[in-house]
Each structure stands twice: as C-alpha cells, then as structure tokens.
Ligand binder design. Structure first.
Ligand code: SF4
Ligand code: SF4
Length: 299
C-alpha cells in the first residue's frame, strides 16, 4: 500500500475538498482523516454504516489523593507544566497535565497515581472501503499519537494499492506524525502571502522527513501574482509544481451538500482532475503506483 498524504500549511485552503475528490478519482479502498482536532472528511464520503468505535487513551494524567498528601510541595515545584496547584490542598489540572509522571516519581507519600483517561475516540468504517478517522476530546493533548493510531488502523485493515490521507493543517506535532512512513506528499497552497509562508514551512518540514513533495494551488485566480510567485518558488526549491485549481463558488455548495467536487461537473472538479492526473503520472514515474491505479486515472 502506497500512501499519499495531502497537507496544507494552514486551514481553509481546500485540502479536504481535494482529498475527497482524489479518493473518488483513484477509487482508493483505504483512506484516513488525520485532522483529529476537527475531522470533516466523513461529512463528504457518505458512509451509511456505523463505524467501529474505540476510546483512545493518550498519556495518563496524575491524580492526587489529598488524604495521603503531606504538603511537601515537591510535586508542584517540579512540574514543568504548572499543572499542580496548592489552593485548597494539592490538586492537578487535568488539562495542563502532560502525563510525564515526574510528580508520581517524586511524591514521598505515595499520594499520586497516574490514571488512564480517554483523550479521544477512534472510528473505523469498514465495507468495500476502509476509512479510518478519529476525534480528539477538546482540551486533550497528544494529537500526534492519535494521528499515528489512525494511520495504523487504516494500514492494518485496508487493502488498497493507493491509500489517501487527509493530513492535519499547520506544521505541528500531528503533521509530523502524519508524515511518518508516507510515500508522497501533495501540498495544497493558497495564493496569499500567509499561504506562501505556510507553504515554505511545510515544504521544509516534509524535506526534513525525507518525503518527496509536490505542490498545487487552490483558488489560484484569487491572486495571479502570488500564483506566479508560488510557481517560481517551487522551481527554486526543486519541488514539483503540478497544477492549479480555480476559485469555484460551486465547490462550497457541493461540499456542504455532502458530496465531493468529483461527483459533479464543475470548474474546481475539472482542475482537481488535472492535478490528480499529473500527480499519478509523477508517482508512476517514481515507481510508487502501478497499472491498477493508472487505469483509474485514465478511465
Ligand atoms: S504528570 Fe507531569 S505534567 Fe502531570 S502533574 Fe505530574 S509533573 Fe505535572
Ligand atoms: S509530592 Fe505528594 S506529598 Fe508532596 S505535596 Fe505533592 S502530593 Fe503532597
């Protein structure tokens, strides 16, 4: 299974819109949504069946038994995350606790235990296709670990020549977890100054992970000047530039109705198809896909 990851340096670039179209074009039988803070790929992929659900436990949280506490202050003074307060007895703020266990190790009274608490929920849709997704509980950390679990579930259960992963926005921990082990990255850039800056950061992040990268621009006609700048930048950075998709008011309407831009005739769908074909040709050149997927491309 070859894994294609779709990323953008920030939210709102149309990453999920493109990912859902690519899943349709490729007829991928395995895909995942790694935007665990705000998953939304399930809204357009139309799964009627109930997913298999399971709680996700991240790092444990410290809990203090005040009846055992001797008020030595060791825990509070050594907590690097300022998660312990001494107001009305010693207690832990579960949202600030990172589960490092230092307080548990230091407590001379055995008053601190580390408890597993659910940090999110994993969902696996299984029918002809496997779709792995998850939702992190608000305020929980460890989104990178959850992303790793989402990808693992997709890989272990799915059987597909090509798997498509909708990555997390930004360049933080979940993105780095998304990048781990994938074969190719497509960056969806936006023709704005902040979009260019985000694109440069994500290219660098992908390069540090040693993953080959291509760039496309969504809503390119909103700024032809910035679009030109992005194309030039890709040339300078040695990153494949594989096409641009026009701004299309229909795209939002289609996605809001629970469909993908590949499901109807529209300018953005046409642009996405072009980008997809270019990407598949590039991946084929790199020996990352075979004729099964190629057949889906040139249907
Ligand atoms: S486990 Fe670590 S982060 Fe949590 S309260 Fe203890 S020292 Fe602080
Ligand atoms: S280290 Fe243990 S005994 Fe000391 S203040 Fe913290 S909970 Fe209480």
């Amino acid at each position: 299974m070859k894994q294609l990851l779709i990323l953008s340096g920030k939210g709102g670039t149309g990453k999920t819109t493109l990912a859902s179209a690519f899943i349709r074009f490729s007829q991928a039988r395995a895909y995942a949504d790694c935007d665990v803070d705000a998953p939304n790929l399930h809204l357009v992929m139309g799964h009627d069946n109930e997913p298999e659900k399971k709680d996700y436990y991240g790092l444990p949280k410290a809990v203090i038994d005040q009846s055992l506490c001797i008020n030595c202050d060791l825990c509070r003074s050594h907590c690097r995350f300022n998660a312990i307060t001494a107001e009305e007895g010693y207690s832990v703020d579960p949202f600030a606790c990172e589960g490092c266990g230092v307080c548990h190790f230091l407590c001379p009274a055995g008053a601190i235990t580390m408890k597993d608490v659910p940090a999110g929920e994993m969902m696996l849709y299984k029918n002809k296709e496997v779709f792995s997704t998850a939702r992190l509980i608000m305020g929980s950390g460890n989104s990178g670990l959850l992303v790793t679990e989402v990808k693992k579930a997709m890989k272990e259960t799915g059987k597909s020549e090509l798997a498509i992963i909708d990555g997390s926005p930004g360049i933080g921990c979940p993105v780095i977890a998304s990048l781990s082990g994938v074969d190719f990255v497509l960056i969806v850039a936006e023709p704005s100054l902040s979009g260019i800056s985000d694109m440069k950061r994500i290219i660098k992040t992908a390069a540090l992970q040693g993953v080959e990268t291509a760039v496309c621009i969504n809503k390119y006609d909103l700024s032809l000047e910035n679009t030109r700048h992005i194309e030039e930048l890709c040339g300078e950075l040695g990153v494949h530039f594989i096409g641009k998709i026009p701004f299309d008011p229909l795209a939002l309407e289609v996605v809001n109705s629970g469909r993908t831009i590949a499901d109807i005739q529209c300018p953005s769908g046409k642009g996405a198809r072009y980008v997809f074909n270019e990407l598949m040709a590039l991946m084929e050149k790199k020996n990352l896909i075979n004729l099964i997927v190629k057949g889906a491309v040139h249907e």
